[in-house]
Design a protein around this ligand. Structure first.
Ligand code: RP5
Length: 161
């Protein structure tokens, strides 16, 4: 099974990375976490991205705050799908990171999830891997059914059904 790379720009992004990792564990998807910064350790971020496909990764999640160029820098060095998570780590509440991550130039896409969207990033990564993996696809479908049932149960309780 292909691995997911979870790359964060700083260890201060760890709570978001952990959310993503926890969700991948629910599907039994292997992942590796790394701290590589587009600005502080650009050579290592580039090397990781260039080798990711041959190292068995299928998707990479890039997590960064402030001037969040990490996901874009990863995308520039691999044709693996890259999911960007903008982090709320500044006085601008993550809007800076959101725009830095989502506004990629044409030809170099990053699939950007919500600010601090660790869980959705992991689900999207799983959905990409599920294209070629029926086992993962079944787990995602089961989870959706369980989520819907849980909401309907709350609705029934609310209306004393
Ligand atoms: C970004 O700057 C990181 O991704 C982090 O979200 C933010 C702050 O980093 P630290 O100053 O906490 O290391 O590069």
């Amino acid at each position: 099974m292909k691995k997911v790379g979870i790359v964060m720009g700083s260890d201060s992004d760890m709570p978001i990375a952990e959310k993503a990792g926890k969700q991948l564990e629910k599907y039994g998807i292997p992942y590796e976490m790394h701290i590589y910064s587009a600005h502080r350790t650009p050579a290592q971020a580039k090397e990781f991205s260039e080798n990711a496909a041959s190292e068995g990764f299928g998707v990479i999640i890039g997590i960064a705050g402030k001037a969040a160029h990490l996901a874009g820098a990863i995308a520039a060095n691999t044709i693996l799908p890259v999911i960007g998570i903008p982090c709320k780590s500044s006085e601008l509440d993550g809007m800076d990171a959101l725009l830095s991550t989502v506004q990629m130039p044409s030809g170099m896409p990053v699939a950007t999830v919500a600010i601090n969207g660790g869980k959705n990033a992991a689900i999207l990564a799983a959905q990409i891997l599920a294209i070629n993996d029926e086992e993962i696809a079944e787990k995602i479908k089961d989870e959706r059914i369980a989520n819907a049932e849980s909401i309907l149960k709350k609705d029934a309780q609310l209306n004393n059904k």
